[in-house]
Design a protein around this ligand. Sequence first.
Ligand SMILES: NC(=O)c1ccc[n+]([C@@H]2O[C@H](COP(=O)([O-])OP(=O)(O)OC[C@H]3O[C@@H](n4cnc5c(N)ncnc54)[C@H](OP(=O)(O)O)[C@@H]3O)[C@@H](O)[C@H]2O)c1
Length: 272
Amino acid sequence: MRIAFVGGGHMTTSLVGGLLRRGTTAGSLRVSDPVPAQLERLARDFGVRGTGDNREAIADADLVVLAVKPQDMASAARGISRELCGRRRVVVSIAAGIRLADLARWIGEGIPTVRAMPNRPALIGAGITALYAGDGVSKDDRDAVDALMSAVGETVWLDQESQMDVVTAVSGSGPAYFFLLVEALESAGMAHGLPQETARRLAVATALGAGRMAAESGVAPAILREQVTSKGGTTAAALEVLEEKAVRAIFHHAVEAATRRSAQLAVEFGGK
Ligand SMILES: NC(=O)c1ccc[n+]([C@@H]2O[C@H](COP(=O)([O-])OP(=O)(O)OC[C@H]3O[C@@H](n4cnc5c(N)ncnc54)[C@H](OP(=O)(O)O)[C@@H]3O)[C@@H](O)[C@H]2O)c1
């Protein structure tokens, strides 16, 4: 399977690194980017061939990954439409907020296309990517795209493209919510007498430990919470305040706002 990446930035770098660690050969990967320094870095770090010409990069690819910023997608996609209508190949767009219908207008109808929404921790191989397959995407195509995105973390398939907006609000923007939580815990620790370094280490390690338990224990988060909350104890005192301050409603509104913004951005980007 030959894979071409259009756009050689952060996400492509993570995907290339992840694929090579899983045994893909550098010779089966190509990257195009207008910035020579990006291509030199990818060649130096991974031995991957690069070019400034998107059409040349995708010429012999079986899988084409569109990894440019959403605002650059219309022109990048239009620029390779002629090559894409040649032989059959699968296109994956990882751009936030770009709908398959808009992509089809730019690259041409009838090309099997998958929309992917990774998140920031993909940069360290700990991401989660939501995927949605458009018409004409076969089981083999899905498996190939799943293997690609699994190189940087977990994958989950959606059955409706409209779910991408809420995915963006939950896992796309989600890392920022957890950073905020760590920040808040750190400053609360400092306000009550801990040195900053100690408060940060406690907050970060607690986030990591709780995240790993939620991921690895196979136990629902609500049960894990109950297991660490003894009646009349310290955790119960803190949780009572959080519930009183309506922390669940705050998250509900936050996700609602991000979902709405994602849908607005899709209209803005797609209108090009
Ligand atoms: N990074 C994340 O955490 C994350 C998470 C979820 C989704 N995504 C999505 O992944 C995509 C890539 O993100 P990124 O963080 O990797 O962006 P990035 O680091 O900015 O990389 C994009 C690269 O594409 C290049 N480029 C621009 N126009 C191009 C064109 N017409 N043809 C070929 N290359 C072109 C850019 O060059 P210039 O610098 O010269 O513009 C840049 O080097 C975005 O659409 C983003 O929505 C990213």
